[in-house]
Design a protein around this ligand. Structure first.
Ligand SMILES: [Zn+2]
Length: 632
């Protein structure tokens, strides 16, 4: 079913976070890079918000806190110092990052602030060793023209990236702090985007401006989009961490479908006559029923001395297994809540039973025990009493929200475009001043100086790419939207390879390789340039480019020369071509005798099949024609 986005009243706001390519981190001199080796340094912390810092406890902060997790941080010396470890106050703000953000702000017609104030934003999921993220607004009230529509830019900020999560083992989370402190620019639009496609267009337009500075990082994880999405009668949902631009429309469509489905469920429950007070926090110990169960998860839990607790959700039959949107069901939403609030592995519910080794008899006994009627669903959990009760309380709360419609929450994006529950929506007033970093004044002269040397605007660059390099509009746009828009011109100038070949490689071929799972971001700009120099010098055929890129991505640090050698791609010399042509004629002498010059097609095909990427097709064709003529 097509969705009429105007009719459902879709409103989307974007928040784009892009890592900046600076010489050092935002508040210290460490390298803004990630490391792959085993960590040299580890330390354990448990974060807790202090009442004085928070004023009143923020629900989102409290939520993370109450989960009782411990955090193991990993670091090495090149990428972290005492600042990231929260053992030393932050150094002064990195002005290189501020300047990049100001250039973006001015290109977006935003008004720079007179004075930059660094603020602390409470984050206690452990991704910041301090318990907060440092952020500062550098400009306000910009505007971006996207296909004739003025999209308001609310603010442009600079902030520190968080530590990256490496794993989770029972109640311990592992974070690596190499990423902590890498400068990010945040660009926030007003909630005036009315369709998934428009969201993608706005994101691309902002991306073009960011890349025009020539000072942004590229590769997986260097850009992250957060969204807020609402529809009429629905709720404002925050979705965090969309990593691929192409995924934005999918995430938005899925979220609209999810909200519409939840509204339908609300209406269905009303039609079934259900009221909130009918859903009761009555939890029954049903361990006895599962003493002999064939369900491995439950049996293991019982063997560990845990119990099985159940709750009845009246009149919910059939609704938990309904697909809200691709990959999302009400039962899963309840399970996500139960996992977070109850620290359990998951839930079982009768909408999906018998299954998982649970028999129809067990389900029947369960229904009898909690006095469930045909139209009721029973949800149950196997865990310690405390966890199981917390989990079922969260399920009951989620069930009650279903009667009200769509609950406000923060969700996280999955790589397939679906989303999962992350935490409740944060309350207001999460910011307070960072007292360790003094404010920075921005003088009018400084701003004027930046204004006088702004980079070329994307639309100007588009025209220039078409004019100077003979690219058509489509290819020129693709170059502009790719991460290689700067590199493109360098390569063309220094390699002498035809601009369309360079452009196609950096856009379509890179995309295709990425789709095939090739980690193209591992191939550095220098390597790409070297590769095209090989092609330009006639040492490598352009047909071999994808294979070389693939090889280089798997052999970081190795040279193009080594790639060519290892892949057996070195070009045949003129002498070798002569030999190959002669041999091919000799081997296929029957065809040549029969068809004379007509043998050209099949023979050429055979040679190219064997030597594509290693010979210049024109040379082969000339030679082959001459030989065939002589033969006849
Ligand atoms: Zn540092």
């Amino acid at each position: 079913m097509e969705i009429d986005y105007a009719e459902v009243g879709l409103k989307v706001g974007l928040e784009i976070h892009q890592q900046l390519d600076t010489r050092h981190k935002l508040f210290c001199n460490c390298k803004p890079e990630l490391f792959k080796e085993e960590p040299k340094i580890t330390f354990l912390r448990r974060l807790r918000p202090t009442q004085s810092e928070l004023g009143q406890i923020d629900p989102a902060a409290y939520f993370e806190f109450q989960k009782g997790t411990r955090i193991l941080y990993e670091a090495n010396e090149a990428t972290s110092c005492l600042v990231e470890m929260d053992e030393e106050p932050p150094h002064s703000l990195n002005m290189e990052a501020v300047e990049i953000a100001l250039i973006v702000a001015l290109m977006l017609n935003a008004k720079p602030v007179d004075e930059i104030h660094v603020m602390r934003k409470t984050v206690i999921d452990g991704s910041n060793t301090t318990g907060f993220q440092r952020t500062c607004i550098v400009a306000l009230n910009g505007e971006l023209d996207v296909k004739g529509k003025k999209v308001p830019i609310q603010h442009i900020a600079v902030e520190e990236d968080a530590a990256r999560i490496m794993g989770r083992e029972s109640s311990t989370v592992r974070y690596r702090i190499d990423r902590l402190g890498i400068p990010l620019i945040e660009v926030t639009t007003g909630p005036v985007i009315y369709s998934p496609k428009e969201a993608e267009e706005v994101a691309y337009a902002i991306g073009r401006i960011l890349r025009a500075t020539g000072k942004v990082k590229r590769g997986l994880g260097t850009i992250r989009q957060d969204l807020n999405i609402s529809i009429e009668q629905g709720a404002i949902i925050e979705i965090k961490g969309v990593q691929e631009l192409e995924l934005l429309p999918v995430v938005i469509e899925n979220e609209v479908r999810r909200q519409l489905s939840l509204l339908k469920i609300r209406d269905e429950l009303k039609a079934r006559g259900l009221k909130e007070e009918n859903i009761k926090e009555e939890f029954t110990d049903v361990t006895e029923i599962f003493k002999e169960t064939k369900c491995k998860v439950i049996r293991k839990a019982i063997e560990q001395g845990k119990n099985v607790f159940a709750v009845k959700l009246p009149r919910f039959a059939g609704l938990l297994k309904l697909e809200l949107a691709p990959g999302m069901r009400l039962g899963k939403e309840m399970a996500d809540r139960a996992k977070f609030w109850g620290r359990v592995g998951g839930i079982f519910h009768t909408d999906e039973l018998p299954a998982y080794g649970i028999t129809a008899e067990e389900v029947e006994r369960l229904r009898l025990t909690v006095k469930a009627e045909e139209n009721d669903v029973v949800v149950f959990v196997a865990d310690s009493e405390e966890n199981a009760i917390d989990a079922l309380k969260a399920v009951v709360e989620r069930a009650k929200e279903t009667i009200r419609g769509v609950p406000e929450e923060t969700r996280a994006a999955n790589p397939d475009g679906s989303t999962r529950y992350m935490r409740p929506r944060p309350g207001a007033a999460r910011m307070y001043p960072e007292t360790d970093v003094p404010p920075i004044q921005l003088s009018q002269e400084y701003i004027e100086k930046l204004k006088s040397k702004l980079p070329e605007l994307p639309e100007q660059k588009l025209e220039r790419l078409m004019k100077d390099y003979g690219l058509n509009r489509k290819l020129a746009s693709q170059v502009l939207d790719s991460e290689y828009s700067e590199l493109f011109e360098v390569i063309v100038k220094e390699s002498g390879v035809a601009p369309t070949v360079v452009a196609t490689t950096l856009t379509e071929i890179m995309k295709a390789l990425k789709r095939d799972g090739v980690e193209v971001w591992k191939v550095s700009d220098e390597k790409l340039l070297e590769l095209f120099r090989f092609v330009g010098a006639g040492k490598l055929a352009k047909e071999a480019i994808p294979d070389v890129i693939t090889w280089l991505s798997k052999n970081e640090g190795k040279s193009v020369e080594e790639a060519v050698k290892s892949l057996g791609l070195s070009m045949l010399s003129d002498e070798e071509i002569k030999r190959v042509v002669k041999e091919t004629i000799e081997k296929n002498i029957e065809i040549v005798k029969q068809r004379g010059k007509g043998a050209f097609g099949p023979l050429m095909g055979r040679i190219m099949q064997k030597y594509r990427g290693r010979v210049n097709a024109e040379k082969v064709s000339k030679l082959l024609r001459r030989y065939l003529e002589n033969f006849a």
